[in-house]
Design a protein around this ligand. Structure first.
Ligand code: SF4
Length: 710
């Protein structure tokens, strides 16, 4: 029932979910006065059809959270202690501009912007901020932390990050849900997969963890982390030897198949089964299904590419639909990302203005190695030591790999750190200044998606809370303080929306809140991949025929390490968190309870661990303490550290990233989060007693929180 119909004082504002989720839901925000009554989905938006996940249906709770940062804050205590005093915007902006100006006068590359997908909005994500850092000549940031291995792989095979339309999975007869807990992190895909299932489709889940999604599929293949490429090659070999290839589609639309055939023939089921740790018979059944069921589709997600060989594995999986001609039909093919479809309407150059760099070519810092880079001295190879970091839309102390080093870097007393935030996160605790940012309900934005093919508009539903300002306004203000005179620094958010996307029906966007891109239903039915030759590619410039690439940390690559640390840890998201967002929303945290490590009963028994024990997961990088959940959700030899909790909510002030490393994937320079060896032990009674289960500092409100006035 629409509240606006029942209560005349309630108005409905069209919006878009800003979070790092492929679904990009269309929102209908119900507002009475300046109060958000409820956040609902838009039932008319075809891919998300009115349903929201639990997380965002609680958005009003997050927006009016008693611990929201509502005023600029200046550090008063040691770095990391989260001790601040309220200051005026004038004081904060003047001091920040002075400090950045002094550093820039020596070498602007010593200033690093650090941002990611805290909002996926084009305007509040990277627009005025990018202009600011381009004008400054700051270091550039390689935004690799989530998806760059898979993205580079898709671009290698298909020419761009393109795939099936989400809605057409409902008509598929066979769906491989590969590296994705869709029920938790791709809810609307799951709705279409269920429709297909009810119509008789067979669903496979390929995932080391027995997820909620695996529970609801017909078959689950719990392979070892980092072995997806071996599985794909074994499927290919079965397709070849059983004559299940679509020779006509391959001949016309695939480049380099002969070399792939040769590679795949080296992967009989038995070899792949030994690598993947699953029965050869299960693999044979999967290959037979893929080779013989028409209308087969793959929903590949980014979990599987967070290992050393994530790029190669993604390339191999992306080739599977080409080999059986699945792309001939709109209900066949693969979807990992749809973001490349927006290339024709997005104008990132207009929005971000790289021309402001002039002839300067600053270095690029990979956000996934920020831990090492913050601690790196100046050198000819690296350039100047990092002297300042400006963080927005991200929480690196919690989410970047090897977080002990990340925290040590942000704890440097000589590092000047500014954080734009809603809350005192682990990263904000290390800031010299915390600047209060608006939430999605308080600012204007426009969105594309990486899971569907619609552009969405987000209108502000309420006035900014307290003294919060939008990211664009904060960078506009800083630009003015720095004396940047280019007219582009005065562009309004409305103007930025129109610069961000072009060639769409803006009247329809403003009237309905979303518009669909005009794309073919079966985009590659007759080839036409966005590669130079129009064909899917086995190889591409600089990339040979893909093969299985073992993990950095496994018995094959690092046998001595694997003896000391015999368990592989993956760190999939807890169902009610999204990366590190929502961890401090009480109703969601109470559902998750506390940081958990799932461990298989056999591994637990071998270590004398019983369900509910406090344990230490450890390796040479650190020690993560949390509660053990003895469960067959973990496969033998693999533990699942559910994330991403803020470190300060961990009973020993750490989270899973205490254990992850900063080595990168084979493609895309991404972190290999799920390529991580550990050992686990039960804590002694004394050790367990010393832990803090709800640290007071984590719950503390910032100074003057709750005061909404200016
Ligand atoms: S997090 Fe995802 S499923 Fe939840 S509301 Fe946002 S886009 Fe929709």
């Amino acid at each position: 029932m629409d509240l606006a119909r029942l209560e005349p004082d309630v108005r409905v504002v069209a919006g878009a979910c800003p979070h790092d989720c492929p679904d990009t839901c269309a929102l209908r925000v119900h507002v009475a006065g300046d109060r958000v009554v409820e956040v609902r989905g838009d039932p008319d938006h075809p891919p998300t059809h009115g349903a929201l996940c639990t997380k965002v249906s609680r958005y009003a709770e997050r927006t009016d959270h008693p611990q929201r940062v509502l005023h600029p804050l200046k550090r008063t205590g040691p770095k990391g202690a989260g001790q601040f005093v309220r200051v005026s915007w004038d004081e904060a902006l003047a001091d920040i501009a002075r400090r950045l100006g002094e550093i820039a006068a020596r070498d602007a590359q010593a200033i690093v912007p650090y941002s990611y997908a805290g909002t996926m909005g084009l305007v509040q994500g990277e627009s005025m901020s990018a202009r600011f850092f381009h004008k400054l000549g700051a270091s550039r940031l390689d935004r690799t932390i989530c998806s760059s291995a898979g993205g580079a792989a898709l671009a290698s095979v298909y020419g761009a990050k393109v795939g099936m339309h989400l809605e057409h999975f409902a008509e598929s007869r066979l769906i491989l849900i590969w590296g994705s807990n869709s029920i938790a992190s791709n809810l609307h895909f799951w709705t279409f997969a269920q429709q297909a299932k009810r119509a008789g489709a067979k669903l496979w889940c390929i995932d080391p963890r027995r997820t909620e999604t695996a529970d609801k599929c017909h078959r689950h293949l719990a392979l070892r982390p980092g072995t997806d490429g071996a599985l794909a090659l074994a499927i290919m070999r079965e397709l070849i030897v059983h004559g299940w290839l679509d020779d006509d589609y391959i001949a016309r639309h695939v480049e380099g198949f002969d070399a792939l055939r040769e590679r795949a023939m080296g992967w009989p089921l038995e070899r792949a089964a030994a690598v993947c740790g699953v029965p050869a018979g299960d693999m044979a059944e999967l290959a037979r299904d893929w080779g013989t069921v028409r209308l087969g589709a793959i929903r590949l997600n980014y979990g599987m590419q967070r290992v050393h060989g994530g790029g190669s594995a993604t390339r191999l999986v992306a080739l599977l639909p080409c080999l059986v001609g699945a792309w001939r039909h709109r209900a066949g093919g693969l979807l990992m990302s749809a973001s490349g479809w927006f290339a024709g309407v997005r104008d990132d150059a207009a929005l971000q203005r790289p021309d402001l760099l002039g002839k300067r070519r600053p270095r690029t810092i990979n956000m996934s190695t920020i831990g090492d880079d913050l601690l790196r001295p100046a050198s000819a190879a690296f350039g100047p030591r990092i002297e300042a970091v400006v963080v927005y839309n991200s929480n690196p102390v919690a989410v970047a790999p090897q977080s002990r080093r990340v925290a040590a870097g942000f704890a440097r007393e000589d590092l000047f750190t500014v954080v734009l935030e809603h809350f005192l996160t682990d990263t904000a605790d290390h800031a010299d200044y915390v600047l209060p940012a608006t939430t999605q309900l308080e600012h204007l934005d426009v969105h594309t998606s990486y899971g569907h093919t619609y552009v969405l508009l987000n209108r502000p539903a309420i006035a900014p809370r307290g003294q919060s300002r939008s990211n664009t306004q904060i960078f506009r203000d800083l630009a003015a303080r720095m004396g940047f005179r280019e007219p582009c620094f005065a562009d309004s958010d409305e103007s930025l929306v129109h610069q961000a996307v072009r060639g769409i029906d803006f009247a329809a966007l403003e009237q309905r809140g979303w518009v669909k891109l005009p794309l073919a239903a079966a985009p590659f039915a007759d080839g036409g991949f966005p590669t130079p030759g129009g064909r899917a590619r086995v190889t591409s410039p600089g990339l040979d025929v893909p093969d299985h690439v073992p993990n950095h940390e496994c018995s094959e690559s690092a046998p001595e390490l694997a003896q000391r640390y015999p368990l592989t840890m993956i760190s999939p998201p807890a169902r009610h968190f999204l990366n590190s967002t929502f961890v401090n929303v009480a109703s969601l945290r109470s559902i998750e309870g506390e940081p958990l490590l799932e461990i298989h009963p056999l591994d637990a028994q071998a270590r004398g661990i019983v369900d509910g024990d406090m344990v230490s997961a450890f390796n040479d990088r650190g020690d993560y303490r949390c509660r053990a959940r003895v469960s067959t959700r973990a496969r033998p030899g693999v533990v699942n550290g559910l994330g991403v909790w803020w470190r300060k909510f961990g009973p020993a002030g750490t989270n899973v990233n205490e254990l992850t490393h900063q080595r990168l994937t084979d493609l895309g320079g991404a972190p290999a989060f799920y390529d991580c060896l550990v050992e686990v032990r039960a804590l002694t009674a004394d050790e367990a007693a010393s832990l803090v289960t709800e640290p007071a500092a984590a719950m503390a409100a910032p100074p003057d929180a709750g005061r909404r006035g200016p």
